[in-house]
Structure formats: structure tokens, C-alpha cells
Design a protein around this ligand. Structure first.
Ligand SMILES: [Zn+2]
Length: 413
């Protein structure tokens, strides 16, 4: 079992490394014709530099992580922490929370310097960072606290059922965790995001009128449009939807409104509403719930597998450690599942684009908005297909622009 787990970790590491190397090797200096006039030579070179710096940094981070995990494992770290938490002789669920909590804390401490470097050195250097130290520290504090609360609730549920519910524990877990995650879908925009960002209603005016007129025309029940102060952390722009049924809300980053024309914004929102109208959100939730079910069923099967525990030098079998070790065993399933999900997501993006251009009858604005967003975010214009297969939830920009142009031609005839 130990060699199987080691093999899994190595393969995952190698695949990520290969994808990253292919991706930076793919960098081209010629500017595609779609972007002529949008990218100045200097900025285009900057976008390639941004890709290189980010990729090199991420390779360094996951290589260090990989080495540390293996070292921790073979120095019997997992068993050592188990001995410590067991020595307190607490209730089995508390012991489990402590065990996983300590490991998460160690991982958090390890990744903190890298995260700081990314925000204050890399993002700063390319002009994206707007986060102050004060905001950063407050975010870290609030994020950790939330992680402890939400993670603690989910983990307690898992530990409780696998400890006491016997053979069908995974089904109980599935039901309870599904309910918790549906509640979270509702709590995140209404309670959690406001802890980090300030939201205000979009002021009456041309933009608001245009959004509501469009929503009305496509029979999209929209409750409100909010503006979020994304500019307090980064210059990068975004927009998203929250809520269900009649209570759907649009959230626009202030950075998006600042830099784009009304017709661009409308095109972006039409795309987002397309996701709703085409049922992509429901589809995603259903798939996630099925995914969760499969994972829990496999977890139920492997959780008390003796060889899994001896692979990590553990003397005692426990639910909490089983949970952790299983997550490594599950990596390949997760990896493949993820590739499938990303493919579906890329297909949905094309569908939402088609929805946007047929309902706004304005493909030009969508094309321009997408190009501008890519230029502003210094996105990679030529990602390697293997990298796309592994990591892209959206189609590469040039393919996406071509698809929009094609649909526009078909639609107009
Ligand atoms: Zn989309």
C-alpha cells in the first residue's frame, strides 16, 4: 500500500510539472491579430513575464510541499502526532478534530510565507495588488476562524457518523454534508462575503436600467444588483451571481464597472445569466452532490483498511486518520473527475456565450469585453492543450473568440 500511495503522489506531481513546463515553453512573442491594437508590445511582454514568474513560483511551492509531505510521512510524523493527541485521552471526536486541526495548522504555517510573497511581491510587481497589510492580517484572521468553524462542523459530522453509524455511515454523511453545503450556498453570499467585502446597491442610472431591461426581456427574475469593493484587494475585475429562484442577485466588482462600457458590462452579464438560463448552476450542484456520494462510498470502504494505516506507520486504526490517508488514495479519482468537470465547464462557457450573443444581438461587445478583460488580467493567450486539459475551466481565449465569431455569423444569417 505504501508504494501505491507513493506512486500516486509522484504521478500527480509529475503530471503537474509536465503541464507547467509545456505551458511556459509554449509562450510566443507574436501578437495574434485579434489583439492588435489592444496589447502594446511592452504590455504583451509583461503578460508573458507574469506567466513565467507565476509558473516558476508555483512549481517551487508544490515541489517544496511535495518534499515536506514525503519527509513528514517517512519520518513517521503522522504517527507521532497521533501519539500526542491520544495522550490527552479525550473523546474520540475531539481527538479527531485535534489531529486534523494540528495538521491543517502546520500546513497553514508552511504556506503562509508563500502566500505573502505572492500577494506583496508578485502581484505587487505586476500592479495588481491593492491589499494593505492591515487587510491581509484581518483576512487571515477571519479566514482562519471561518475555516475552523465550517471545517469543524463538517469534520465533526463525518467523524460522528463513521464512528457510530456503522455500515451505512457514508449514506448518513452524504445526506448531512449535502444539506450543510446547500445551506452554505445561501450563507456564503449573505453572511460570509460581507465579512470581507463591502456591498452596496448599484445606484439608479443608465447601467442599472440597461441590466433590468435586459433581464426583463429574457424573463430573468432579478432582485437586485450590487457593487462590491474588489478594488480594496486587487485591480482584477469580476462579476458573479448569487441566490436562487426569485431572489437572484448580481454582484459586480467596482473594478469591472470602472473600466468597462455599459455595453461591455451587459455582454458579460448576459453571459452570466446564460449560465442560469441554461441550467448550468443546477447541473453543477447535482454533479457535486453525486461526486460527494461516490467519494463517501469509497471512503466507507477504505476507512478502516489496515494496510492504509500501516503504510503511515500508525499503531492504531482511527476514523480521523483514515479520512486523511484516504484523501491521498482518492487523488487519482479526483484528478480524473476534475478533468471531466473542467471539460463540461468549458462546454458550458461556449453555451453561455452563444446565449449572450443571441439574446443581446451584440457579439461585438462580448468579443471586446473578453479581450479587454484578458489584457487587463495579463492572461495567457497561448496555453498548452495539456495544461488546458488539467486546469482550464474556461476555453482558451482565442478559441473562445473564434467560436463567438462563428456563432455570430450563423445567427445573423
Ligand atoms: Zn461563464
Amino acid at each position: 500500500m505504501a508504494s501505491l500511495l507513493l506512486f500516486i503522489l509522484c504521478i500527480e506531481y509529475m503530471l503537474n510539472l509536465i503541464a507547467d513546463i509545456l505551458n511556459i515553453k509554449q509562450v510566443r512573442t507574436d501578437l495574434p491579430k485579434e489583439f492588435i491594437g489592444l496589447y502594446e508590445t511592452e504590455n504583451y511582454a509583461k503578460s508573458q513575464e507574469y506567466l513565467k514568474v507565476n509558473t516558476q513560483f508555483s512549481i517551487m511551492v508544490y515541489t517544496i510541499n511535495f518534499i515536506v509531505i514525503l519527509a513528514f510521512w517517512f519520518c513517521k510524523g503522522f504517527a507521532w502526532i497521533d501519539t500526542i493527541v491520544r495522550s490527552f485521552e479525550l473523546n474520540v471526536i475531539i481527538t479527531g478534530l485535534l489531529y486534523v486541526g494540528i495538521l491543517c495548522l502546520l500546513k497553514g504555517i508552511m504556506s503562509l510565507p508563500f502566500d505573502i510573497y505572492e500577494t506583496f511581491v508578485i502581484e505587487e510587481r505586476f500592479g495588481f495588488n491593492k491589499t494593505t497589510w492591515r487587510t491581509y492580517i484581518l483576512d487571515l484572521f477571519k479566514g482562519t476562524l471561518l475555516g475552523i468553524i465550517i471545517g469543524g462542523i463538517l469534520l465533526s459530522a463525518l467523524l460522528f457518523f463513521f464512528e457510530y453509524a456503522g455500515k451505512y455511515a457514508w449514506i448518513w454523511c452524504w445526506i448531512v454534508i449535502s444539506c450543510i453545503s446547500l445551506v452554505l450556498q445561501w450563507i456564503i453570499p449573505t453572511w460570509i462575503l460581507p465579512l470581507f467585502y463591502r456591498f452596496k446597491l448599484l445606484e439608479p442610472g443608465e447601467l442599472r436600467d440597461a441590466i433590468f431591461a435586459y433581464a426583463n426581456r429574457i424573463q430573468f427574475s432579478l432582485e437586485n444588483v450590487f457593487v462590491m469593493d474588489g478594488s480594496r484587494r486587487s485591480t482584477k475585475a469580476n462579476a458573479f451571481f448569487t441566490g436562487f429562484g426569485k431572489h437572484k442577485r448580481i454582484v459586480l466588482f467596482d473594478t469591472l464597472i470602472e473600466k468597462h462600457t455599459i455595453s461591455h458590462l451587459l455582454a458579460v452579464l448576459a453571459h452570466e445569466m446564460g449560465h442560469f438560463k441554461k441550467g448550468h448552476l443546477i447541473q453543477q450542484i447535482v454533479i457535486q452532490l453525486i461526486h460527494l456520494g461516490i467519494m463517501l462510498a469509497l471512503l466507507g470502504y477504505f476507512i478502516s483498511n489496515q494496510s492504509l494505516f500501516s503504510a503511515f506507520y500508525m499503531e492504531h486504526i482511527s476514523v480521523y486518520a483514515g479520512l486523511l490517508f484516504f484523501s491521498i488514495l482518492y487523488t487519482p479519482v479526483d484528478f480524473l473527475m476534475n478533468i471531466g468537470l473542467q471539460m463540461l465547464s468549458r462546454k458550458n462557457e461556449y453555451e453561455a456565450d452563444r446565449f449572450a450573443i443571441t439574446t443581446t444581438n451584440d457579439p461585438t461587445s462580448l468579443l471586446e469585453a473578453l479581450k479587454q478583460l484578458h489584457v487587463e488580467n495579463l492572461s495567457n493567450l497561448f496555453p498548452h492543450p495539456f495544461y488546458v486539459l488539467l486546469h482550464y475551466s474556461h476555453p482558451p481565449i482565442l478559441e473562445r473568440l473564434k467560436a463567438i465569431e462563428r456563432s455570430a455569423v450563423i445567427y445573423q444569417h
